[in-house]
Each structure stands twice: as C-alpha cells, then as structure tokens.
Design a protein around this ligand. Sequence first.
Ligand SMILES: *[C@@H]1O[C@H](CO)[C@@H](O)[C@H](O)[C@H]1NC(C)=O
Length: 219
Amino acid sequence: MKTPFVMAISFLLLAFAAKPLVGSRLHDINGDDVRADQEYYVLESGNGRGLTTLRHRGDSCPLDVAQVTSAPRTGKPLKFKAYNSSRFIYEAVDLNVKFSIVDSCSDSLVWKVDNYDEERGKWFITTGGNEGDPGAKTLLNWFKFERIGTSDPATYRIVYCPSVCASCLFLCQNVGVSFEDSARRLVLKADYEPVFPVVIFPAEGAAKCESRMPVHYNS
Ligand SMILES: *[C@@H]1O[C@H](CO)[C@@H](O)[C@H](O)[C@H]1NC(C)=O
C-alpha cells in the first residue's frame, strides 16, 4: 500500500501536469498578440471555417453558435474580453466571447453555455450571455483558449472551465462541434472526444491575410 505521502506527491504531480501554461498571450495567425479592442474570426484549423449565429434548435432565441457551412467562410467577427479587462488576451484565462454583428434576436451576443438540451442530450453554446461581472452568477459565460502544441500558427482549443468562482462545482469540458438539426453547432464535448482546433484571424485586413491561411479545401 502506498503511504499517504507518496499519494499526496502523485496528486501534486498530476495537478501540475494537467495545468496549462499561464501567462502567454494569445496569438493570431500572423503571430501578433490578440487584443481586447480588435475584432477577430475564429476559424477551424485546416479548413478555415469560421463561426456564426444560427436560429436556436427550438427555433426561438437565443441564437446558437454554429460553424459556417457556406460563404463567407469566415463567419462573423468577434471580440474577446478577459475577466479582468486586460488589454491583451492571455491563454487559459476566463474570457467573454462576443459577436460584433447584431442579429435577429435582441439578446446579447455574448457566448454562454445554454440550459441542458434534454431532447438532444447536449449542452449547446448560444448567445444571450452576460458580459463581465465574474463570479457564480456568470459561471456559464466564461471560456478559455488553450494552446494545442507548439507549431505555428498558434492553434487553440476552446475550453469551458471557469475559474471565476472558486467554490463552484462543474465539469471542465472542451467546446466542439456537433451536427444537430442540419447544422454544425457548438456544444460541450467530453474529454475523450476529438478536439476542435481553431486559429484566430484578425478581422481587420482579412483579405490581406487570406493567402496566409493554411486552408485545405477537402469538401
Ligand atoms: C489580467 O490577468 C492576466 C492573467 O491572469 C494577467 O496576466 C494580467 O496582468 C491581468 N491584467 C490586468 C490588467 O489586471
């Protein structure tokens, strides 16, 4: 039998191993720091398909966050806002993610984890979230970008694992795509499911950067 000391050490090691690197800034596809005051597209790495809003599955508001299936492939621009309103956006830090384009629903364009969809057995990502005010009340409104690998351009996974409430209990999950009701909608995914890898593309001067995008048109 292991001594409690050895067990404590292995728990500590596990805790460190699972911790992503903090303190690095998010980088866009050009290697520039991602800023809170600029608009970006979040595109799937490899196929370059961006994110947009779609009618809710139950065909009411709020809107679902979904991946584009037709032109423009970039989808809609969005902005990041860190829990502490920092000027630059950091890896593995709680962020509000907000579309910049007003849509048919009057709700906010801030991402949130929607109520559990019993019919489909999933947690969908929708708009209609609250911006700022980090804490238990806004637990469903925070997302993190964590770097995958070290290759360029910087590639990230989107994670729901809020740190804004130390006493709150929830499961950390990746944000991924699920084909539901004829669309590729964003949902929370289990750890063992494939990661949805994204790159961050500056909306400003998008045309200029188009040629740098590592796009493989395989559909
Ligand atoms: C905000 O938080 C990040 C990460 O925790 C930190 O690096 C940064 O210095 C903070 N910025 C401000 C303005 O507090």
